[in-house]
Design a protein around this ligand. Structure first.
Ligand code: NI
Ligand code: MN
Length: 225
């Protein structure tokens, strides 16, 4: 399985049998993404919430590749209203798709689309594929229940924001890694705009001081999980 980081909160998981799961594909208007939406395909698109920097180019990509959207109920309904296929879920619920299991978690944030539609609660997501658990926190502040998420699922990869202002900053993100205790933490949601400027190497050294591992992915970098 492969994990590709486009920058911001946008990732692509490619499974061993070639299924592509795209998360929060903010690409064309994202100054840090080296990849644009026309070059991305998806069988599934997972959206954590309705903000423009997370819905991003999802509908543009969906018009071309006809993926199944996987989101919390209100956001899934919004996708359906735009004419796309969606699987409605909600926080606390999991479902087994053909590529693996998706379970939504809480996230402390907001969720309205750029055209001002309320799209339910923002979420994080635990994606389990071939015995590996990937926790994409979505946009969120730090919360103590992250401990429970780490206790219920052995998290192999935790993708979490460090950019501050809209989400956790570095010090809260260091605490979040302590709560979840993942095999590897991967920082996201930083340096896209001046207001979320953060140094991922500062995050890395602070987390590694407590004996945990961080991989800082370059924008456009793909790794084997
Ligand atoms: Ni947001
Ligand atoms: Mn965001």
């Amino acid at each position: 399985m492969k994990l590709k980081y486009f920058s911001h909160s946008a990732f692509l998981i490619t499974t061993d049998n070639g299924k592509q799961i795209l998360i929060d594909p903010f690409l064309d208007e994202n100054p840090t993404s080296p990849v644009k939406s026309k070059d991305v395909n998806a069988d599934y698109i997972i959206l954590t919430h309705g903000h423009g920097d997370h819905i991003g180019d999802a509908f543009k990509i969906a018009k071309r590749t006809e993926p199944l959207f996987i989101c919390v109920n209100e956001l899934a309904n919004y996708c359906t209203e735009q004419g796309f296929k969606a699987h409605n879920m909600h926080i606390g619920g999991g479902y087994n798709f053909d590529f693996g299991r998706v379970k939504f978690t809480i996230a402390h944030h907001g969720s309205k689309t750029p055209d001002n539609q309320y799209t339910g609660e923002p979420a994080g997501v635990v994606i389990s594929i071939n015995g590996k658990n990937i926790y994409h926190t979505g946009d969120t502040g730090l919360f103590l229940d992250m401990k429970l998420i780490g206790e219920l699922n052995k998290i192999d990869y935790m993708l979490l924001p460090i950019g501050d202002n809209f989400t956790m900053g570095i010090d809260d993100a260091v605490k979040a890694v302590e709560f979840v205790n993942p095999g590897t933490a991967i920082p996201m949601h930083y340096n896209t705009f001046p207001v979320i400027k953060a140094d991922p190497l500062e995050f890395k050294s602070k987390v590694e001081a407590s004996g945990r591992k961080v991989v800082v992915l370059g924008f456009g970098e793909e790794i084997e999980l």
